[in-house]
Design a protein around this ligand. Sequence first.
Ligand code: ADP
Ligand code: MG
Length: 248
Amino acid sequence: MPRVICVANQKGGVGKTTTAINLAACLAVAGRRTLLVDLDPQCNATSGLGRQPLAHHPLVAGLPLSDAVLRVDVPNLELLPGSRSFRDVEALARDNGTYASLLRSHLQNGMAGYDYVLIDCPPSVGQLTRTALAASHEVLMPIQCEYFAMEGLAQMIEVIRQVMIERDRQLQFGGILLTMYDPRLELTLEVEAEVREFFGEIVFQTVIPRDVLCAEAPSHGLPVIAYAPRARSTRAYVELCMEVLESE
Ligand code: ADP
Ligand code: MG
């Protein structure tokens, strides 16, 4: 059985996709057979690894997911690309509970044979995010070190709680990750203090620094560990990976 980690936060631009790509790549480099699932209709994880979104997605059609899985330029890492047609899924699953639960089991069937599965969620608490949470063991929530970082998290946490109860606690809080961290900024340190005070030990020790190389890597279709192995953000994602591996 793979360990399934869902990367979620209803806010956009907090580093979900960057974290999903780079944590997946580091796990793969560490020798774990890893699948990255792009569940966002914007398909940034797909384009960030230099691949094209699918016009017709097997998840929508109920077909085997393995046919759509692609190799990428990192050993042990595979990608299930996203699709703009996920917008239809969002609507269908909202109106049809049977479809929503089929979606989850269908997603889970596609995960066999991997050590790790990372799911990149859209910036919402809609049906796609719920499906991802319901198919996961852990949720990793990136938080950007900026003003209003904690604003709007209550709704996200409520949805996570609901899924935890529905899934009889098969879903756990994998951790909060501070992203775009800049220790020269007073605000970063304030946000960090507030988040650590509020969430306690579920906050990862590792923080991800703001790093231009990290932002550039997707335009080359690569995770930062392949694009810039010595970058500060590479070191940070390797450290995050080690924290994740510690709890194997
Ligand atoms: P989300 O998936 O939550 O919307 P992204 O991962 O797409 O967020 O990140 C939002 C933007 O911030 C992107 O342009 C990305 O390249 C940039 N970014 C993410 N993490 C970092 C970082 N550590 N340093 C610099 N830029 C970053
Ligand atoms: Mg994203």
